[in-house]
Design a protein around this ligand. Structure first.
Ligand code: UDP
Length: 349
């Protein structure tokens, strides 16, 4: 069976690494990796291929940044050309980026079956570009891999149950696989102080709203511990418009292993990232989510994750809360990648 996998953004490299690794047990599947080029900086792309030993993509479409329509349109056109040439039996897409939507759309127009990994996620906020990408992708896909029972329930509500499978979360597979290795690495300490908060910001609702962005930076400036902020390129250009204190230590984005080590050492994680909310949960570090809602409602259990929006006061107050104790694991058994490939193999035969 020939599988064409579409990737383009940082979280997709991490997910694709899980599948690529597990493919060693499935010699009957040939994977063609198509990188759209949505993320292209070395530390947003190449570093993940090196660290996570992802094979070099057969195609790099070099689409780069742009407005949503322009970027998605360029991808759609170029992915179609590759699919026409490669004629895969299945197209595999991950998550909720423009690369996900373009890959699914290109495949559906050519009647190539589509598998969507991380299906059924909903924020119920249609202003988020990711929400539209997810809904559209789920509804045109043929096989939906839900990471949690909640995601599966949401797919059922949308009439998609017949095409859906509860696979578990491949981001959990990834943390289970790399955690020990990440903790053993000798990364330079970002901050002299022993205790720090780890933060990331990249969500459009924060970066495109100067008031929200400033409120977040003001809160970080006034926290009781230094804040280490490996900064997404989307925010880098906005820094000159923001006031903040030396309590915030800003660097370039870091690699995945470094990031996992930082999470494990941080007192708390403050983020608007989907991935980091879960990684903090997996590694028993409380999270404060700088959004007005989350798709990953499982992480809210027993106060492991708090939704605080971009409120300066709530960010500061929530960092003072005591750490919770009890926590379940609704994200599977760390074998989601294997399960996904077993199902694809059984269909492809
Ligand atoms: N990540 C990383 N280095 C960083 C920030 C994030 O390796 O400096 C990883 C982290 O594992 C996270 C993933 O990139 O889960 C995707 O994060 P991002 O916030 O870009 O996307 P989202 O999860 O919100 O879709």
């Amino acid at each position: 069976m020939k599988l064409a996998t579409i990737i383009g953004a940082r979280p997709q490299f991490i997910k694709a690494a899980v599948i690529s690794r597990n493919l060693k047990n499935h010699p009957n599947i040939i994977e063609i990796l198509i990188h759209t080029g949505q993320h292209y900086d070395r530390n947003m792309s190449e570093i993940f291929f090196e660290e996570l030993e992802i094979p070099k993509p057969q195609y790099n479409l070099g689409v780069g940044s742009g407005n949503h329509g322009e970027q998605t349109g360029k991808m759609l056109h170029q992915i179609e050309l590759v699919l026409l040439k490669e004629k895969p039996d299945f197209v595999l897409v991950y998550g909720d980026t423009n690369s996900t939507l373009a890959g699914a759309l290109a495949a559906s127009k050519l009647n190539i079956p589509i598998a969507h990994v991380e299906a059924g996620l909903r924020s119920f906020n249609r202003k988020m570009p990711e929400e539209i990408n997810r809904i559209a992708t789920d509804h045109i896909s043929d096989l939906l891999f839900a990471p949690t029972q909640n995601a599966l329930n949401l797919l059922e509500k949308e009439g998609l149950k017949e095409r859906s499978v509860l696979s578990g979360d491949i981001m959990y597979d990834s943390v289970m696989f790399y955690k020990e290795k990440a903790l053993r690495q000798n990364f330079q300490s970002p901050i002299d102080e022993q205790e720090f908060y780890l933060a990331t910001i990249h969500r459009q609702e924060n970066t495109d709203d100067p008031k929200r962005l400033q409120a977040i930076f003001t809160a970080f400036s006034n926290l009781d511990k230094p804040v280490f902020l490996p900064l997404h390129p989307r925010v880098r250009n906005l820094l000159k418009t923001i006031h903040y204190s030396e309590n915030i230590k800003i660097t370039e984005p870091v690699g995945y292993l470094n990031l996992l080590q930082l999470i494990s050492k941080a007192s708390k994680v403050l983020t608007d990232s989907g991935g980091l909310q879960k990684e903090a949960f997996f590694m028993n570090v409380p999270c404060i989510t700088l959004r007005d809602e989350t798709e990953w409602i499982e992480t809210l259990e027993n106060g492991w994750n708090h939704i605080v929006g971009a409120s300066e006061e709530r960010i500061i107050e929530t960092t003072k809360l005591a750490n919770p104790k009890v926590k379940g694991n609704p994200f599977g058994d760390g074998k989601a990648g294997e399960k996904i490939l077993e199902i694809l193999t059984s269909i492809g035969q």
